[in-house]
Design a protein around this ligand. Structure first.
Ligand code: PXG
Length: 305
């Protein structure tokens, strides 16, 4: 008689299992987390072949919805991936997902995978991309991080060369960023700053970077190989409204070491101060006044909805 090999995998409890009450939007219908399953033949799983967006909901409204939808379609276009819905249909589905889950302040993850296909990387071996919308609460940095600031290291893992799959594509391949974040954790730091293959500063693992130097704000240009962040664009606008000059500048680590202030921007973190890099204090090693002012401006902007 043949018996199944003993396995420690069967019947395990997952401490990170999703809330069973969530309603997940999958290819046009709402399903439970238990039913929200992707095929082992989906090229999103097999090859990381797909795109996504992370979007905030504030006061029952989807924040910067149009910008996120546009970026999702642009990412897909670069990957020759046809999203099988119009912008308006996607917007309606995102709002339906928010309402079905009674989210007033939270998050939407929009995912498009290449879909089920043959075992082979050819894009001709798939026909039906899948669209998935998860509306849920969001994991944020704890409040004390905004008070004390992040301690960062420079990651050894580089951002992709812009001529490889561009970092402007928000693809399902996040391994460089995942490894850089793990480097930070292993070094006892909060976050990692990633360089491009030329040694220029790009961004954090999931946030864009700004420095204040001689009273001016600088952030690396998209051409250095960054995600063209939607929060970044808004922060540039808010800073200009405050009268600061904002430049898109090539930066090297030296520029951060000698900066007066530094902060990261992103959908999840909003604006978070950076107080050290590779053991060098930035400014006096506490969140700077202009960073704090922009944090307040950002909160006022998103609260007015
Ligand atoms: N750089 C990278 C590499 C990112 O992934 C940003 C910058 C900031 O961009 P936005 O447009 O958000 O200002 C991101 C954004 C998640 C998650 O769940 C990741 C992001 C955003 C929201 C959620 O991992 N990344």
């Amino acid at each position: 008689m043949i018996t199944a090999p003993e396995s420690t995998l069967i019947g395990r409890e997952n401490p990170f299992a999703p809330d069973p009450n969530l309603r997940i939007w999958m290819d046009g219908e709402f399903v439970s987390p238990a039913e929200a399953r992707v095929s082992v033949f989906d090229h999103g799983l097999l090859y990381g072949d797909g795109v996504f967006e992370g979007i905030r909901i504030y006061n029952g409204r989807i924040f910067k919805e149009r910008d996120h939808i546009e970026r999702l379609y642009e990412s897909a276009k670069c990957l020759l991936l046809d999203i099988p819905m119009t912008h308006a249909e996607l917007s309606r589905a995102m709002n339906a997902a928010m309402e079905a889950n009674n989210i007033v302040d939270g998050y939407i993850r929009a995912i498009v995978t290449r879909g089920v296909g043959l075992l082979g990387i050819s894009v001709a071996h798939t026909a039906c991309p899948s669209v998935i919308l998860i509306a849920a609460s969001i994991q944020l940095y704890p409040p004390e991080v905004y008070e004390r600031g992040l301690r960062c290291i420079t990651a050894g893992t580089l951002r992709n060369h812009p001529s490889a799959t561009s970092p402007r594509v928000k693809s399902l391949n996040y391994l460089n960023n995942i490894m850089a974040k793990a480097e930070a954790k292993n070094a006892g730091a909060d976050e990692a700053i990633m360089l491009n293959p030329e040694g220029h500063v790009t961004e954090g693992t999931g946030d864009n970077l700004f420095i204040l130097r001689r009273g001016e704000l600088h952030t690396p240009p998209a051409s250095e190989g960054i995600l063209d962040g939607i929060t970044r664009r808004l922060v540039m606008e808010l800073a200009r409204q405050r009268g600061y000059s904002v430049f898109e500048s090539t930066l090297i680590r030296h520029d951060i070491y000698v900066a007066q202030e530094c902060f990261l921007t992103g959908t999840a973190a909003e604006i978070v101060p950076v107080v050290s890099l590779d053991g060098r204090c930035i400014g006096d090693g506490t969140p700077g006044p202009i960073t704090r002012q922009l944090m307040q401006d950002f909160i006022a902007y998103r609260n007015k909805g």
